[in-house]
Design a protein around this ligand. Structure first.
Ligand SMILES: NC(=O)c1ccc[n+]([C@@H]2O[C@H](COP(=O)([O-])OP(=O)(O)OC[C@H]3O[C@@H](n4cnc5c(N)ncnc54)[C@H](OP(=O)(O)O)[C@@H]3O)[C@@H](O)[C@H]2O)c1
Length: 326
């Protein structure tokens, strides 16, 4: 697997996003299937594993990852996040999101950061987190204060690198002035452009970018025509019955381009991302070993400049229905 650098951290160009492995995200899943998926990702070189204390109930996702890395901890870059799984009785602030439920509740107060990290270390069964992100900025707390608490964890050896997720360029600059930030993790895919100011700031500060939902929550694989029960995408306007069919129709030229190239739409979506910047990496999620192998193989694809121009042209005509707020 080709590697890339996020700040001073080396990771595979394509890693594995573990969120899909907890129930209630993309529908039903049991731990046996989840553990098999994680094992196939690690065996195939997707050894940058991204989780969060908020995926699944009571650290479910982190505990799955902890079982998977047991005995092979040194092979894996473990990334996790804090700030959404708020301890009972603690206050929280609203961060608006584009899903039907409208907001997430966040608490990234510095006084809680060590407690969050100690919980994640327990769930993961490890003594150090390689990359530890504030999951969302807390509207009630200056980001410099959250990062100050993270810097203490680096000093004390609980975490190796600091990450920020879902931030603006200004927030990244303010945080980086307190302690070097290794990576920002924001949504970026063929149907979600990254913020140009954030990309420019990351390049200038030598901060890597981890693109979340690089397959557009599965849409960009070209295989989603209906949603099952217990699928969180029922909250996403782009997947409503009214919007999904039209979005699929307008995506057809990009699917056709992938077919011409002899690759799958998922592989084209991932390879396209890797061609946007040498310090971008992706973390697609899947419960299915054959999909995982297909996705990881996209790290070896080289897209010709003519192909990239054709993709950009097709994307400029791909009008997505269903909102722009993340
Ligand atoms: N920082 C944040 O706020 C944030 C937010 C969201 C996500 N994330 C991170 O990003 C990771 C990935 O995001 P995501 O899971 O939302 O979306 P994604 O990776 O864009 O898409 C996942 C979906 O695509 C399907 N899929 C994957 N590969 C496929 C293939 N080759 N062919 C057909 N279908 C395929 C999966 O279904 P199958 O299981 O059937 O393959 C699943 O339904 C998460 O695990 C998480 O680590 C971070």
């Amino acid at each position: 697997m080709k590697t890339r650098t996020l700040g001073s951290l080396q990771v595979p160009a394509i890693g594995f996003g573990a969120m899909v492995l907890s129930p209630g995200v993309y529908g039903e899943i049991d731990d046996t299937r989840a553990e098999a998926a994680l094992k196939s990702a690690l065996d195939a070189g997707g050894t940058h594993v991204d989780t969060s204390d908020a995926y699944g109930p009571n650290g479910h996702n982190e505990r799955l990852v902890g079982r998977a890395i047991k005995g092979r901890r040194d092979e894996v870059v473990v990334a996790t996040k804090f700030g959404l799984a708020i301890p009972e009785g603690e206050p929280s602030r609203s961060h608006p999101v584009g899903y039907a439920f409208g907001e997430l509740r966040v608490n990234a107060e510095p006084r809680l950061v060590r407690r969050y990290a100690e919980g994640s270390l327990r769930n993961l069964g490890t003594d150090v987190i390689d990359l530890y992100y504030a999951h969302y900025p807390d509207p009630g707390v200056p980001i410099e204060e959250t990062v100050g608490a993270l810097a203490d964890l680096v000093r004390d050896g609980l975490i190796r690198h600091i990450g920020l997720s879902n931030v603006t360029a200004a927030q990244l600059r303010a945080a980086h002035a307190v302690h070097p930030v290794t990576a920002v993790q924001n949504e970026w895919s063929m149907w979600r452009p990254v913020d140009a100011d954030l990309l420019a700031a990351a390049r200038e500060l030598h901060v890597g970018i981890v693109a979340w939902s690089p397959l557009g929550n599965g849409f960009l694989t070209g295989t989603v025509s209906a949603l099952g029960e217990d699928d969180f995408r029922h909250n996403a306007p782009r997947f409503s019955a009214a919007n999904l069919a039209g979005n699929n129709d307008r995506y057809a030229p990009i699917k056709a381009l992938a077919a011409q190239l002899g690759i799958t739409p998922a592989q084209l979506a991932l390879a396209w991302l890797l061609h946007q910047d040498e310090h971008v990496v992706t973390i697609p999620g899947s419960r299915t070993p054959s999909h995982i192998e297909e996705n990881l193989a996209a790290a070896d694809l080289t897209l010709h400049s003519d192909t990239l121009a054709r993709i950009d042209e097709a994307l400029s005509r791909f009008e997505v229905s269903g909102g722009t707020l993340l």
